[in-house]
Design a protein around this ligand. Structure first.
Ligand code: G1P
Length: 354
């Protein structure tokens, strides 16, 4: 069996972070989201992986390389424009050939991995196996209608959802998917939808099995989902202290601190992860916070947030919460006159002030 990871797309819902970085490389608990997909696929025993890349191909290729670090062989497949998930399958046919494969959306995180699901697909050999999850906002996903266990209808982002069962971004197919992706027409949003291709399989009388997952699953396309994914992953964190923590500091709960980091006169209440070479001084880091490498946090408080590498947060009077702070960002108090907010914000930034 092969795997196809989709790592194109422009990440519009995560701007401005995605103006400079691929959405699949934003770290959750200090690890790029895409790495979780690589690990899940490898754990299922699959080593031959195709990765669909778009405009951000250079960054994805630099992060994943030849896949050797996961014991896998990676082939990159270039998609010139984000024309849809079914379009990605279409252009991957020369790589996938006749082999059954698992398709994994590179911005999806699935707690229990895919090992059991791949085994089930290999044992039952349907033409396709889809994963479903109960969600509160089905209109934002592909939605399934079931009759008992049987999938009877799939609709991409319906205005009036037929159920609360969303299509999870992990799918398994055999070669019958190729005629399907070639037969369907672009949707209203101008994309070839994999949802329509699976509906085509159903209409042709082919076998589409479904499995409703019970462990958590997150599509990290939006800020809230990214923070939620970070929270869910950090819930499983184990304490590991490799940096220096001074006498005046207090670590509570599960906390990971990377090598070269210094915690000075601060309180860290886990679950929280701090990368390498950070300085956390006279500060409070609250639960569900991930701070990446070489960050300076001084006389500030932060909770339920993600801070990317090389950023600096100094002397902020109020607690920072529910935030995603990019790379090399400076957030500081300005005592200059006249008293004013002074910003340099990228396009599509969002700032809430007190
Ligand atoms: C895509 C699929 C959708 C699926 C979702 C899962 O949506 O089109 O059917 O439910 O992934 O993450 P998109 O991320 O393109 O909006």
């Amino acid at each position: 069996m092969k795997a196809l990871i989709l790592s194109g797309g422009s990440g519009t819902r995560l701007r401005p972070i995605t103006h400079t970085s691929a959405k699949q490389l934003v770290p959750v608990a200090n690890k790029p989201i895409l790495f979780y997909a690589m690990e899940a696929i490898r754990a299922a025993g699959i080593t031959d992986i195709g990765i669909i890349v778009g405009d951000t191909h250079a960054e994805i290729e630099a992060a994943i390389g030849d896949g050797g670090r996961w014991g896998c062989k990676v082939t990159y497949i270039r998609q010139d424009a984000p024309l849809g998930l079914a379009h990605a399958v279409k252009i991957a046919e020369p790589f996938l050939k006749d082999e059954p494969f698992v398709m994994f959306l590179g911005d999806n995180l699935i707690r229990d991995g895919i090992t059991g699901l791949v085994k089930r697909f290999e044992a039952e050999r349907p033409n396709s196996q889809i994963l479903l999850a109960h969600v509160k906002n089905p209109q934002d996903f592909g939605v399934a209608e079931l009759d008992g266990n049987k999938v009877i209808r799939l609709v991409e982002k319906p205005e009036k959802p037929m159920s609360d069962l969303a299509l999870v971004g992990v799918y398994m197919f055999d070669k019958t998917i190729f005629p399907a992706v070639n037969a369907i027409k672009p949707s209203k949003r101008g994309e070839l939808e994999i949802t329509d291709a699976i509906q085509y399989l159903i209409d042709q009388g082919l076998k589409v099995n479904s499995h409703i997952i019970t462990g958590w699953w997150k599509d990290t396309g939006k800020l809230e989902d990214m923070l939620e994914a970070n929270r869910l992953v950090l819930e499983g964190l184990e304490t590991k202290i490799e940096g220096d923590v001074d006498q005046e500091s207090k670590l509570i709960g599960k906390v990971e601190i990377g090598p070269g980091s210094r915690i000075v006169s601060s309180v860290i209440r886990g679950p929280a992860i701090i990368g390498e070479n950070c300085l956390i001084e006279k500060s409070y880091v609250g639960p569900f916070t991930s701070i990446h490498n070489s960050v300076i946090l001084c006389a500030s408080e932060i909770e339920h947030s993600i801070v990317l590498a090389d950023s600096k947060i100094v002397d902020i009077g109020s607690r920072i919460e529910d935030s995603l702070i990019g790379k090399n960002v400076v957030v500081c108090r300005d005592c200059g006159k006249p008293r004013a907010y002074r910003f340099m914000l990228g396009d599509n930034s969002e700032v809430s002030v007190l």
